[in-house]
Design a protein around this ligand. Structure first.
Ligand code: URA
Length: 237
């Protein structure tokens, strides 16, 4: 959409609108190679606006998607080992999205990808204690003593984890399933917490994050978050 040039200059953070108007009057602003006038409008996706020789960039639209990550994908932007990247699953979106936080190569489930650095910071900063819920399938039976340990915090390396919540426990003779909700994001935290109580994780899926869940989203598919969902995530504190 075409906007007044002074507005585009101020949106780019170069100057206030008043200052931008003065630059236009002084002939310091070019629109498609010619001196711009005060009433001129431009669309940065098609027009070139230069201020003192420097071209303005169109602000990238903020996009956030919720992906149901399959196992066997890595949640970094590159992999020296040439494993598949989660970004390949959102490659049809015309924006440079990056994963917010990480899921291990063999963890599946809810992963947000975005080009919104502010959102990423809010969701990953330890100060905000964003709740993440995992569905765990473990080897061994989950006893009430083990649940108590998870709820009180367990030692992983030199670190005591914050109290976690355990729900929907099911045990068979050799296997357990349960939901674990944590508000921290240490590397491989759920696997290490389970190791600490003697349960080895055989399957791990993130099913919730900051009030979002997977809904009916199939593995490998994504959906766009609405502006209201993003606004709500940004309010978590
Ligand atoms: N905890 C883990 O151990 N792995 C993940 O991928 C996420 C949380």
């Amino acid at each position: 959409m075409a906007e007044r040039i002074q507005k585009l200059i101020s949106q780019a953070g170069l100057a206030s609108r008043r200052q931008a108007e003065r630059w236009i009057e002084e002939g310091k602003v070019l629109l498609n190679g010619r001196k711009a006038g005060l009433g001129d409008r431009a669309d940065l996706t098609v027009d070139k606006v230069e201020v003192a020789g420097r071209a303005l960039q169109a602000a990238e639209k903020k996009i956030t998607v919720l992906l149901n990550k399959p196992r066997g994908y890595i949640s970094t932007l590159k992999d020296p080992g040439e494993r598949r990247l989660v970004t390949e699953l959102v490659a049809d979106i015309p924006a440079r999205l990056f994963p917010i936080g990480r899921l291990d190569y063999n963890t599946e489930g809810l992963l947000l990808l975005s080009n919104d650095g502010d959102l990423a910071l809010r969701l990953t900063h330890p100060r905000h204690h964003v709740k993440k819920t995992y569905l765990v399938k473990g080897r061994g039976r989950l006893t009430s003593d083990m649940i108590g340990q998870l709820e009180q915090g367990v030692m992983i390396d030199q670190y005591k984890t914050a109290p976690a919540q355990v729900a929907k426990v099911r045990n068979s003779a050799t296997t357990c399933w349960f939901e674990l909700t944590i508000s921290e994001g240490k590397n491989r935290q759920v696997r290490r917490m389970c190791d600490a109580i003697g349960i080895s994780v055989v399957r791990l899926k993130r099913i919730g994050l900051g009030g979002l869940d997977l809904g009916g989203l199939e593995t490998g598919r994504y959906r766009l978050l609405s502006a209201a969902e993003v606004a709500r995530l940004k309010k978590i504190n």
